[in-house]
Design a protein around this ligand. Structure first.
Ligand code: GUN
Length: 297
């Protein structure tokens, strides 16, 4: 059996091209330029890389980018004051506060301070609630949305009736992923660290989404023959003699690829799709705020 490698890099490029076209169109027809504000608190090296990439790609598709880099010592009140200013700023269509935040800041309080219409992360309770209630206008978290786009590419006939197992119950990926799969009429199970016999559960899955943050935890013999595997993990592991180590997913790729009908690689799978979906969400949010029809699906 041949395994399809799901090319997130190519899919993300195609989505960015569509976003760019839509940005040009709404610029010409409605004089609208979407803008994305990204807030980074502290010096976390991985977050710094993500924020830099977001800023660069935002400009590349013709949108405005506003970066706010604040010291680790920033108080919750200062951060809330910045969010309030961004909420009021008409040039800002989308607001993303990079997580994790320092321990002295209540991240949930900050998320809830963001205007839900500008919440391009889809983390505000209005949007998480909207997603679970079937509100088509809810802004959807970028990583699971990117995963769903990849799954739809693999299953052009739709996902209805598939058994989906999501390993991981985070607010950023696991829970919204499960909601999206449910919306597509999958039978969804969310697994986590207390799940009994995780290997057997994973083997029951037609669609297996791994989002646990544990390098190569999911082994080849946990994957049913012909399953589709989406690996959300990005874990840096040490390699003797290599300064930066190596990036691996939550799935033991070589083994799992022997079993799967289709699988996402790490890097080059889910990662690039996440930022492309963020750009998409920003255009969608900008159009809604301006009362302009958006052609992005
Ligand atoms: N940290 C890791 N992933 C994300 C994300 O999707 N959004 C934000 N804001 N922070 C993150």
């Amino acid at each position: 059996m041949s395994t399809t490698l799901i090319d997130g890099k190519a899919m993300a490029k195609a989505l960015r091209d569509r976003v760019k076209e839509e940005v040009e169109r709404v610029g010409q027809t409605h004089d609208l330029t979407p803008g994305l504000a990204v807030v980074l608190v502290g010096e976390d090296p991985a977050s710094q890389v993500y924020v830099r990439n977001k800023g660069r790609q935002t400009l590349e598709v013709g949108m405005r980018s506003f970066e706010h880099k604040l010291p680790d010592s920033t108080s919750e009140e200062e951060l809330l004051a910045l969010v309030a200013r961004l909420n009021e700023d008409p040039a800002v269509s989308g607001i993303l506060v990079q997580l994790p935040l320092p321990a002295h800041v209540d991240a949930q309080r900050v998320i809830e301070a963001i205007n839900p219409a500008k919440d391009v992360d889809g983390f505000h309770p209005m949007n998480t609630g909207g997603l679970s209630n079937g509100d088509p206008n809810a802004l959807v978290p970028c990583t699971p949305f990117g995963c769903l786009m990849m799954l739809k590419e693999v299953f052009p006939e739709g996902l209805a009736g598939k058994d989906a197992v999501v390993v991981g119950r985070s607010n950023i990926v696991g829970k919204p992923m499960a909601q999206l799969l449910l919306r597509e009429s999958c039978t969804v199970t969310i697994a986590h660290s207390r799940t009994k016999d995780l290997p057997a559960l994973c083997r029951s899955a037609d669609i297996l989404v791994a989002a646990v943050g544990r390098p190569e935890m999911i082994r080849g013999d946990w994957v049913k023959a012909g399953a589709v595997v989406i690996d959300v993990g990005i874990n840096r592991v040490e390699v003797p003699g290599q300064d930066k180590g190596r990036l691996v997913g939550d799935v033991a790729y070589e083994e799992a690829a022997q079993q799967a009908a289709a699988i996402t690689p790490v890097p080059g799978g889910v990662g690039p799709m996440t930022i492309a979906c963020l750009l998409r969400n920003t255009v969608v949010a900008a159009c809604r705020q301006a009362g302009v029809d958006c052609r992005l699906t």
